[in-house]
Design a protein around this ligand. Structure first.
Ligand code: ATP
Ligand code: AH0
Length: 394
């Protein structure tokens, strides 16, 4: 594989359920340690409203009956295949030129803790959007369902993007924190001059998930606080802030990951109930939820990172990069610590495309039968080749 260039498509639909991110990348693997990626095209296709609502229903195990999960698995495969076609056309390539589609799928449930069954324990995670559908519609081999292999060897199955961040963003001189702010927030620590074994990463807590849910409740039909404009008009409510800061997730030891199971609908309903009871103003509640995301990133740094790896740079990606109030809070919190806060756009990248790019690269490694998890990051007992490979019939 070294010395050759290849094209891959990466597909991501994350915990925010805002749609399908699709990226076409050119991978240039000069040697094992020197891999570079060029983004050739990117497209976000929002889910049809009905599909989005149906996906949200599947987050509730009581509503996620097997027939609904099975149908959505196949339907998302179709939508992912369409997104693949569309993004390939955007850069003027043909499907035959693409080596692989790496598709994350839609997480509908993630249980990275041990569950007892028949005197044994298992962990599980469910990502849907069938790879066989994608492969057969597009004619391109498709790697999907990445997380299970890592769990099969004792890992949490998340986060997976750090493998690609190590390849693409490490520096010999600077310790960099790669912070993603999607539905959930997650950070990857790339110590200066580190080897892959020294990289660690974890979920910092909520990203935009609570903000989005509160906006949908309080400012419908809005689904997000565009640019952080609503939060900018509010003040942080101290009482709500300290209640939110008490969530036990923040103090949990590493490795750790979280999701909608903790910061989803039930959590937001509690905030709305408190708000009604205390007569808080909606913009103040949004400002507080926004501040909590910034604080949780700062708190994670101080608690788990700063002593071991004092950093020079916090590089933010994911949709939260476009929330100016959130970025403002981050700058306020990190600047006294001597950490520069930058977004992907500040360095010529694309905050929206970053995870789709990552899954294109992860899929390419799987196709090459090369391990692509970082055990130190996920808690897995060893490196594994992640994902299931579906072949098209050409
Ligand atoms: N212009 C914007 N202004 C404010 N917030 C935005 C903007 N654009 C996107 N966002 C926020 O980013 C979210 C989507 O982020 P992203 O696509 O990175 O999440 P995701 O990939 O679904 O989540 P995860 O990475 O947790 O799986 C939106 O739901 C919204 O809250
Ligand atoms: C189970 C799951 O889908 N987890 C997501 C989620 O969204 C952010 C954070 O929680 C991260 O752990 C992960 O995604 C990214 C893409 C990852 O694996 O690196």
């Amino acid at each position: 594989m070294y010395g050759s260039k290849a094209y891959a498509v990466g597909l991501m639909s994350g915990t925010s359920v805002d749609g399908i991110d699709a990226a076409v990348i050119e991978i240039d693997a000069a040697s094992e340690q020197e891999v570079s990626v060029r983004l050739l095209a990117f497209e976000n296709t929002p889910f049809p409203d009905q599909t989005r609502n149906q996906i949200f229903e599947l987050f509730d195990p009581a509503k996620a009956t097997i027939d609904k999960v099975g149908m959505m698995n196949m339907w998302l495969g179709e939508l992912y295949a369409n997104a693949t076609y569309s993004v390939i056309a955007k850069c003027g390539l043909k499907p035959e030129q693409i080596s692989v589609v790496g598709s994350h799928g839609q997480t509908i449930y993630h249980a990275p803790w041990d569950q007892a069954i028949d005197g044994h324990t298992v962990r599980y995670t469910v990502q849907i959007g069938d790879g066989a559908v994608i492969a057969n519609r597009t004619g391109i081999p498709c790697v999907s369902d990445f997380r299970t292999a890592d769990m099969a060897v004792g890992g949490q199955g998340a986060p997976l993007v750090p493998f690609t961040e190590y390849l693409l963003y490490r520096s010999d001189k600077q310790t960099r924190l790669l912070q993603n702010i999607g539905g959930i927030g997650n950070v990857t620590v790339l110590p200066a001059g580190a080897s892959a074994e020294e990289v660690y990463a974890f979920d910092t807590g909520p990203g935009n998930m609570i903000i989005d849910a509160l906006i949908a409740q309080l400012y419908a039909p809005l689904a997000m606080d565009i640019g952080g404009q609503i939060a900018a008009k509010g003040q942080v409510i101290e009482e709500l802030l300290s209640w939110m800061q008490q969530d036990e997730y923040y103090a949990m030891p590493l490795p750790k990951s979280t999701g909608r199971e903790r910061f989803g609908t039930q959590y937001t309903e509690q905030i709305i109930a408190m708000m009604q009871n205390k007569q808080w103003r909606a913009e103040d509640v949004i400002a507080t939820a926004t501040y909590v995301t910034a604080w949780s990133i700062y708190d994670s740094y101080k608690r788990f990172i700063a002593q071991r790896n004092p950093a020079q740079q916090l590089l933010v990606g994911g949709g939260g990069s476009y929330n100016a109030t959130l970025i403002g809070y981050l700058k306020q919190l990190f600047s006294p610590l001597g950490v520069d806060v930058l977004t992907q756009e500040d360095i010529g990248g694309n905050s929206d495309a970053k995870e789709a790019v990552a899954f294109g690269l992860l899929g390419y490694y799987t196709l090459q039968q090369r391990p692509n998890n970082i055990p130190n990051v996920t808690g897995a007992s060893r490196p594994v080749i992640m994902g299931k490979l579906s072949w098209p019939t050409r």
